[in-house]
Design a protein around this ligand. Structure first.
Ligand SMILES: *[C@@H]1O[C@H](CO)[C@@H](O)[C@H](O)[C@H]1NC(C)=O
Ligand SMILES: *[C@@H]1O[C@H](CO)[C@@H](O)[C@H](O)[C@H]1NC(C)=O
Ligand SMILES: *[C@@H]1O[C@H](CO)[C@@H](O)[C@H](O)[C@H]1NC(C)=O
Length: 417
């Protein structure tokens, strides 16, 4: 089956780009507020955007962990969080890099105390956050919390931090919090470009490195202004646990690829893998694309009781390695023929990751030629199939795969010299 390329001008030289980026990333900590990647001078494709970074040293690779919202919404408590931390370790997921245990909405009392402090909800977090953080830290994990750049959070059950940024950041730091997801409800119509930098600064002044995850829903194109104030920024509205939502979000997030990189990532929202609304193949596609596009890998299911299929997807260390690759370049959709798509991105050591994704209803053969994906046309590669765990030796010209409906194949191509 012939697939016509829809993207000319994508013949980026991965080799030159990856060498350059490696050199620059290795000096990441030495200079603050400076461009992290330079124009490679080849074309408008990967990594040509200049930007300044939030200088908290965090998020050099996309964050990995768990968040309570997708599965539990407001039904959270300290027992659940502790059991989740335990399951993260006992399942082996922690050892694969999933480190953040993140509370979402509804952890606090409706009102601040007499001194204006946020207070953990006594009925669900009776031991307080300091103890919870200690519990999580003892297991080698990190604790994340949630607030909102408005006067209340989205549940309307607890206060937001608008006007209390310094105080709340100091409170979070005093509890030992490592991560803040910062939502966008009840914002009084004030521009996010005014509201989010205030919390960013407060976190930097809090005395503790706290990962800053902006949840602005992509309303005012945060990719264009958030890299200097946050470690990740949502590019879309909330994901739902179904194929249409997941694919739509993947497409919306794609256009911001150039703005992502070590220290700051586009966030197409948390994973739904294991929540039951998609098939195993759909979840495999979800996880593969999120990994390729350097999205945060924040698990959204109940890991205390996940089934084997869910665990197998979330624990694929070869797919995780693509997400966590040191080059930190977001992969992109580079070819589309109806429902048949090719997504690709460069990795360290001149390797290239490729996803052949069948978004249609019937099985199909999908092909990506070396020119499609920016490899030298004479290249001979070893192609590692990341889901079959087999290596095809000495592949020339193109990689092709017979792909089931809503499924994908994912490869890492390593040129042989
Ligand atoms: C804690 O939350 C979980 C998940 O919603 C729930 O199953 C459990 O009953 C709750 N435990 C307590 C003590 O409230
Ligand atoms: C799931 O995995 C466990 C541990 O590997 C195994 O004992 C169990 O039989 C598996 N269950 C199914 C339904 O395959
Ligand atoms: C898929 O397409 C490629 C390229 O046209 C071809 O070489 C390969 O034989 C096809 N595979 C199948 C299973 O049809």
């Amino acid at each position: 089956m012939a697939i016509s390329s829809t993207s000319s001008g994508l013949l980026c030289n991965f080799m030159a780009l990856s060498m350059l980026s490696l050199v620059i990333i290795s000096t990441r900590h030495e200079i603050s507020a400076r461009p992290v990647r330079h124009d490679d001078g080849v074309g408008p494709s990967f990594g040509s955007y200049r930007r300044y970074l939030l200088d908290n040293g965090l998020g050099l690779t996309p964050q990995m962990g768990w968040n309570s919202w997708n599965h539990f919404q407001c039904d959270i408590n300290e027992t659940l969080i502790k059991e989740t931390a335990d399951a993260m370790v006992s399942s082996g997921l922690a050892a694969l890099g999933y480190e953040y245990i993140n509370l979402d909405d509804c952890w606090a009392e409706h009102d601040r105390d007499a001194k204006g402090n946020m207070v953990p909800k006594a009925s669900t977090f009776p031991s307080g956050m300091k103890k919870l953080a200690r519990y999580v830290h003892k297991r080698g994990l990190k604790l994340g919390i949630y607030s909102d750049a408005g006067i209340q959070t989205c549940s309307n059950r607890m206060p937001g931090s608008l006007g209390h940024e310094e105080q709340d950041a100091k409170t979070f730091a005093s509890w030992g919090i490592d991560y803040l997801k910062y939502d966008n409800c009840e914002n009084r119509g004030i521009s996010p470009k005014e509201r989010y930098p205030v919390m960013s600064k407060a976190l930097l002044n809090s005395g503790r490195p706290i990962f800053f995850s902006l949840c602005e829903w992509g309303q005012e194109d945060p990719a264009t202004w958030a890299p200097s104030i946050g470690n990740s920024w949502r590019t879309t509205g909330d994901i739902q646990d179904n194929w249409d939502s997941m694919t739509a979000i993947a497409d919306l997030n794609d256009k911001w690829a150039e703005y992502a990189g070590p220290g700051g990532w586009n966030d197409p929202d948390m994973l739904e893998v294991g929540n039951g609304g998609m098939t195993a193949e759909e979840y495999r596609s979800h996880f593969s694309i999120w990994a390729l596009v350097k999205a945060p890998l924040l698990i959204g299911c109940d890991i205390r009781s996940m089934d084997n299929t869910t665990f197998k997807i979330l624990s694929n260390r070869e797919v995780i390695a693509v997400n966590q690759d040191g080059l930190g370049v977001q992969g992109k959709k580079i070819k589309k023929d109806g429902d048949l798509e090719v997504w690709t991105g460069p990795l360290t050591d001149h390797r290239v990751a490729v996803v052949l994704w069948n978004r249609g209803a019937s099985p199909a053969n999908i092909t990506a030629s070396w020119t499609d994906i920016g490899l030298n046309s004479a290249a001979i590669v070893n192609a590692r199939d990341l889901w079959e765990h087999v290596t095809l030796a000495s592949v020339r010209d193109q990689i092709a795969g017979w792909v089931d409906p809503h499924a994908c194949k994912m490869f890492v191509l390593t040129p042989q010299y």
